[in-house]
Design a protein around this ligand. Structure first.
Ligand code: AMP
Length: 533
């Protein structure tokens, strides 16, 4: 091997971002900031407060909160065991003892789950290991094939290895795939039912799903999420009709206001081609009957459906309505529609939501095929699409989920919320040119000479304090080169500081667009620029 190739092999490898993740770079990040700043402002005007949540939680929270049989939970979560690292290897005869000792200590200190199951597993492990240790004592030094008890030696060893594998070495945690479950957990944990109700919260940040990456679909993506949670008052829970009908009207107003809020945000951002679709998916009373009706209707046309839909007739008939398969569209159009099968309360609520949207001037389209398969989603569901996104054109999805907080161990609570896909929102804004990304600099300081540098530093400080974007080159440049650099950076002005300027106190300001030059005193500079920029 020549020296050349040896060197080549030593070259450190280049790293790449993990598939489905990406860097967000300037100037695009300016657009992300504008979107998020607008969300902060708009949501505040609706009385929402920001909540910042952990990026990972117990896996069990998502299994319950999102649903164990959803794709998200069953195959898309990034999960890991959060426990002591660098444990000794329990499958090695010489380190299994150290493993047992470490596990016992960790359990005592609460570093691994203190559950009954784990306590039993550790007791069994200790016992199995004690048997193995006893066998070890009986063996002569070194292992010789044919020693009569070798079989026992290994059977006690593998029994200990088995129990080591049963011990839970930490908590099962997952990177969050969505925010609603965490918001509900936080509502319960922080006793927010004691606050004036409803509690209106929003959060902005990354979510993680191991999906197949494509345009508008990533494994780390960003959501802007808002939720309204409201503890159910006792008199409402008692179910008296007059109270209940008032509640329906109130819930409808809350739903409509949440939708109005996200539409206001999109309006402020000048998002193009925004279309709001709404539906009601009934509740625990009326939906099961509709699902059965749907299943029966689907069974009659089973032969004409594709394999996915055929499977869903059994598992989740509502999901058939999601189908994008061209050949199924004609069949689906003839299926029974949930709007015709809502119970009295759900029908009243849906009519009230539509009326409330109309009062607010929010334009919607009804889409009876808009469903959510999870049991605790109820009544209102909605989805918003925008221009320029191809097949992944949903920028926002939302719905009401009155049972969820209770399902997570909290008091009876109503909930409605939405999640905006921020990546797609940005993509749509970029596609339609509504980006206005702030780029470039206001002022480039072209300086030459030691004395001028001191003055340049002072000028940069004063200009930045006044809020201007200033580029101060760290080394001296010939004026020609400095002006070229200023141009490349998209600067509006060049402030020229050479010996002449410093001695005379008359600074030169050049407008780069037209080459116009003017002389200014230091004390007039900020005011002069404020008028121009
Ligand atoms: P969901 O939480 O599934 O209801 O999604 C809400 C919104 O998040 C969707 O309408 C999308 O805009 C966005 N979204 C969901 N999954 C992804 C993903 N993998 N990549 C980018 N955006 C996503």
């Amino acid at each position: 091997m020549s020296e050349g190739t040896a060197k080549k092999e030593e070259k450190p490898r280049k790293f790449q971002a993990i598939r489905g993740t990406r860097d967000l770079l300037p100037p695009e990040t300016a657009l992300w900031n504008r979107v998020e700043q607008t969300a902060h402002e708009v949501f505040a005007t609706f009385g929402f407060g920001e909540i910042r949540l952990p990026l990972f939680e117990e896996t069990e929270l998502f299994a319950r909160g999102v649903g164990g049989d959803t794709d998200i939970v069953s195959k898309e979560m990034y999960s890991f065991v959060d426990g002591p690292s660098n444990l000794p290897d329990p499958t090695d005869q010489f380190t299994i003892g150290a493993f047992v000792e470490t596990i016992v200590q960790a359990y005592r200190k609460g570093e691994i789950p203190k559950t009954d199951a784990n306590s039993t597993a550790i007791e069994m492990l200790k016992k199995a290991f004690a048997d193995f240790a006893e066998e070890t004592q009986r063996q002569p030094r070194g292992f010789v094939q044919g020693v009569p008890d070798l079989q026992k030696y290994f059977s006690t060893f593998y029994s200990a290895v088995y129990f080591a594998s049963v011990v839970s070495r930490g908590e099962a945690v997952s990177l969050r795939p969505e925010a609603t479950a965490s918001v509900c957990r936080a509502y319960i944990e922080n006793n927010m039912q004691q606050l004036p109700q409803p509690v209106k919260l929003y959060c902005i940040g990354p979510m993680f799903r191991r999906e197949r990456p494509q345009k508008g679909r990533y494994r780390q993506f960003y959501q802007i999420d808002a939720e309204v949670l409201e503890a159910v008052r006792k008199e409402v829970a008692s179910g008296e009709w007059r109270v209940a009908s008032k509640e329906l009207a109130k819930d409808a107003a809350v739903d409509a206001e949440v939708i109005e809020m996200v539409m206001t945000l999109f309006d402020k951002l000048e998002l193009q081609g925004v279309q709001l679709a709404i539906n009601s998916i009934g509740d625990r009373n009326c939906r099961p009957m509709y699902v059965e009706l749907l299943r029966a209707a689907l069974l009659k046309v089973k032969d004409k459906l594709g394999p996915d839909s055929q499977r869903r007739i059994e598992t989740n008939p509502l999901r058939v309505l999601d189908s994008k398969l061209e050949s199924e569209q004609g069949i689906i159009a003839k299926l029974p529609r949930i709007a015709d099968h809502l119970c009295e309360e759900c029908a009243a609520h849906y009519a009230a939501v539509k009326h409330q949207l109309e009062m607010r001037g929010v334009i919607y389209r009804e889409n009876w095929r808009l469903v959510r398969g999870l049991d605790y989603y109820m009544r209102t569901t909605f989805e918003i699409t925008a221009k320029g996104l191809g097949s992944q054109n949903a920028v926002c999805g939302g719905g009401r989920y009155d049972g969820l907080v209770e399902l997570l161990g909290g008091p009876p609570t109503k909930g409605i919320g939405f999640a905006i896909g921020e990546d797609r929102l940005i993509l749509s804004l970029q596609e339609s040119g509504k980006t206005k990304a702030e780029q470039g600099r206001d002022i480039y300081i072209a300086w030459m000479g030691e004395k001028a540098y001191t003055t340049a530093i002072r000028a940069a400080k004063n200009l930045r304090n006044a809020g201007f974007t200033v580029e101060l080159p760290p080394v001296e440049q010939k004026f020609g080169k400095a002006l070229g650099q200023a141009d490349k950076l998209g600067a509006r002005f060049a402030l020229i500081l050479g010996d002449n300027e410093v001695t005379s106190g008359e600074w030169t300001l050049k407008t780069l667009a037209d080459g116009k030059q003017e002389k200014l005193r230091e004390s007039d500079l900020v005011e002069h620029l404020k008028k121009q920029l």
